[in-house]
Write a protein that binds this ligand. Structure first.
Ligand SMILES: Nc1ncnc2c1ncn2[C@@H]1O[C@H](COP(=O)(O)OP(=O)(O)OP(=O)(O)O)[C@@H](O)[C@H]1O
Ligand SMILES: [Mg+2]
Length: 727
């Protein structure tokens, strides 16, 4: 309710406005009761001035007072201050036109565009209601490409790979020679049993079975129904898996695309029953939901695990990835027997090339030089040691009592400081961290690594080439999803391949293996272990040259990390960078700038490490650590030297044969003539001529070999600082 005073004022103002509108300024002035001297403020302006910014005056707000607000809003306006402010601005403008000097209301009149400031959409409180935790499974459901499930063809490979990698890890850890069966079934084709296999996307079942140690019943649901659950993440030891996400991610992909649970059957020993589970993942909570749990009366495996997943996949597009993965897994794991069942095809078996298990990789503690400040503080907080010296000795590898004393002396720390105190005092921890960096410490132990080894790499290559020669060459030489679009070789390419200069079969010589009628030169190199960021690693390189590989194509580069083939992201991988950076022209191969060399060769590069630095969770490419790249280059150069020597020997043998042919044409004549002149038998003269000719050409070859070896020795003898320390 307006007061009587206010009602009177409103009436008065209305009268003023109507008189002004009619041009009766004088009357209006009188009505205003304006007897003030010139320059004094008008009533209107005074009212405007009184009105607080954006808020109505005591009398009901300046805008309402002016009669500018629509009916119903003319009362006290407390809810829409911004609107009121704009109305005030309009009123002020009207008045200013009449008496500009008398309306000093700058703070009430924001400039034009600001008047259209965006409307607040939500308050912090409203936003807070929407903020909540995201479970890891929800995250990876949306970001499945990060785990290698980008598309149905790649998903097929990733599912098989995760299961096979786990089987191999489990067998090796338990000390069992792995026998693994991989099976892919086309459900649509099986339902009809005639016609073609599914073209493009369809429902497939992937089955992987091993003869490993099995999994205890209580652990099965968590392993297959919970992301980030595993036994390998927290330890420093070479293994294929490291993240604890692989098989559960495959289960999640299957569930997402087909709604079917993962089926797991496992048995831990002859006297134990086998259990079979159907497991789903509650993605909201990242927890397993067991939908079936049966005890089996019979199971053909004494111990082992079988995993079955129904997934949406593309066999048509994805089979070549799987074929390649299976072949390469057999190549890098010569102790494994692998049976591969494919839809509508014969079972392909890769028998093991050795009955010896790889050397057992032992778990090691972190090396002090690889630890960062935050990690050091966390380790100190969690330490059960009584003092810092004990903490250093128990938490890290290669810290002897003398080394611990040296570190503490450099940090000016007393050995009796409690580790917990160190973990909570950043200043102290920083001093210790700095002292660790300044102390020379022996390189970490390398028994945590299990390289393939020269001999087994060679045997693996031979049995791989045997299978390849039987199966025939693949259409696509290099597997790279970037280029997956162009699948088949063109007619022209095929013709060029057929016309490519065949590598002539050389007579058996050192390093040469005859495989299915083709001669392959094989060389392997295993480098000594080195360290990157405190993590031990070791590089191995093997090459197979000649045989039926095309001579006019870039070489085949097979990348492996902890014996797992890496099939994607070739160009983003540190291994590729190292091979491209190596100058292969030194080793008699042609090499376009910034590319892989060209020649009839397959090059295998294996990096073994306690923690392979992958560029993403899908474990497809190795990060570009300079220490790793350099080691790969050194190994490649050593292999390259042996290759160059082999090529030169062969070239030389051919050249010599040609020359001998020419000489023989004339030597006969010349020897006869000299025999006649000297009266001696021409035979010894001819023999002497031939010997001289051979000697001259051999000398040429030896000289070339010597030069090449000197050049590469220089490169090998230049270790970097980090290596010097590690050694
Ligand atoms: N076939 C199997 N036999 C025995 N244990 C297994 C088998 N498959 C998985 N496991 C156990 O389940 C754990 C989880 O496997 P998962 O593949 O999810 O992770 P990971 O292998 O540890 O790491 P990554 O994510 O890098 O593969 C493994 O660490 C291993 O302990
Ligand atoms: Mg795994």
């Amino acid at each position: 309710m307006l007061s009587r005073y206010t009602q009177a004022a409103v009436l008065k103002a209305k009268l003023v406005i109507s008189l002004e509108e009619r041009g009766m300024a004088a009357k209006a002035k009188k009505a205003k009761g304006d007897s003030s001297p010139k320059g004094k403020k008008s009533v209107v302006s005074a009212q405007l001035e009184l009105a607080p910014q954006g808020a109505p005056s005591k009398e009901g707000g300046s805008a309402a007072w002016m009669g500018l607000v629509p009916a119903g809003q003319s009362g006290v306006n407390t809810t829409r201050p911004r609107r009121a402010a704009s109305m005030v601005a309009v009123a002020a403008e009207t008045v200013a036109r009449e008496d500009p000097v008398a309306v000093p209301v700058p703070e009430l009149t924001p400039p034009g565009p600001a008047a259209k400031a965006p409307k607040r959409r939500a308050t912090a409180e409203q936003m807070a209601q929407k903020q909540r935790e995201i479970s890891i499974s929800e995250f990876f459901t949306k970001n499945r490409h990060l785990l290698g499930f980008d598309n149905p063809s790649k998903a097929l490979l990733t599912t098989i790979k995760e299961a096979v990698d786990n089987s191999l890890d489990a067998c090796e850890e338990a000390g069992i020679l792995p026998e693994i069966a991989v099976e892919v079934r086309d459900l649509a084709w099986e339902a009809s049993r005639d016609g073609d296999l599914t073209k493009g996307e369809g429902r497939f079942v992937v089955m992987v079975e091993d003869n490993g140690p099995g999994i205890v019943k209580a652990q099965v649901p968590k392993i297959f129904g919970k992301l980030l659950y595993g036994s390998k993440f927290h330890r420093l030891k070479q293994s294929r898996g490291q993240q604890g996400i692989g098989i559960s991610a495959a289960a999640m992909y299957g569930q997402l695309t087909t709604g079917s649970p993962i089926r797991v059957t496992s048995r831990t020993g002859k006297s134990k029953p086998a259990h079979s589970f159907d497991i789903q993942i509650d993605t909201r909570k990242n927890n397993p939901v067991v939908t079936r749990d049966d005890e089996l009366a019979e199971w053909h495996q004494e111990h082992g695990t079988r995993v079955e997943l129904e997934i949406v996949a593309s066999w048509q597009q994805g089979q070549r990835f799987v074929n390649r993965y299976v072949e390469h897994t057999a190549l890098a794991n010569p102790h494994t027997t692998l049976h591969y069942r494919r839809p509508r095809q014969e079972v392909l078996t890769f028998p093991r090339a050795t009955v010896e298990l790889p050397k057992e990789a032992l778990e090691i503690k972190p090396h002090p030089h690889g630890v960062e400040l935050g990690a050091l503080m966390l380790m100190a907080r969690e330490s059960k040691s009584h003092d810092v010296k004990g903490f250093l000795r128990s938490a890290f590898s290669r810290v002897s009592p003398a080394v611990a004393d040296e570190i503490l002396a450099k940090a000016a720390l007393k050995g009796r400081v409690r580790p917990r105190g160190l973990g909570e005092d950043r200043g102290l921890a920083e001093k210790l961290h700095k002292a660790i960096g300044e102390t020379r410490i022996m390189a970490p132990p390398t028994n945590c690594l299990s390289p393939i080894g020269d001999e087994l790499m060679k045997r693996g290559l031979i049995s791989f080439l045997n299978v390849i020669e039987t199966e025939g060459p693949e259409e696509e030489a290099q597997l790279d999803l970037d280029h997956a679009g162009k699948k088949k070789a063109t007619k022209k390419e095929k013709q060029a391949r057929a016309e490519a200069p065949a590598v002539p079969d050389a007579p058996p010589e050192e390093g040469v293996e005859k495989i299915k009628g083709h001669n392959y030169f094989i060389a392997t190199v295993t480098r000594p272990p080195k360290v990157y960021r405190g993590n031990p690693f070791q590089v191995e390189v093997g090459l197979a040259y000649g045989g039926s590989w095309p001579a006019d194509k870039p070489i085949e580069l097979f990348r492996f990390a902890n014996r797992v083939p890496l099939l994607f992201q070739r160009s983003a991988c540190g291994v590729t960078e190292a091979i491209v950076k190596t100058d292969w022209r030194n080793y008699l191969l042609s090499q376009p700038k910034g590319s892989l060399p060209v020649g009839p060769m397959a090059l295998l590069v294996h990096i073994a490490s306690v923690w392979v630095p992958f560029t993403s969770e899908s474990k497809e490419a190795v990060a570009h650590y300079p220490e790793i790249i350099r080691e790969i280059q050194l190994a490649a150069q050593e292999c390259g030297r042996r290759l160059a020597s082999h090529i030169r020997k062969r070239q030389h043998a051919e050249y010599q044969e040609q020359r001998r042919g020419i000489f023989e044409l004339y030597i006969e004549e010349v020897a006869q003539a000299i025999g006649k002149i000297t009266g001696k038998s021409p035979l010894p003269i001819k023999r002497e001529f031939l010997r001289v000719a051979e000697k001259v050409t051999e000398a040429d070859l030896e000289e070339q070999d010597k030069k090449l070896e000197e050049a590469s020795d220089k490169l090998t003898q230049r270790p970097r600082r980090s290596e010097e320390e590690a050694e």
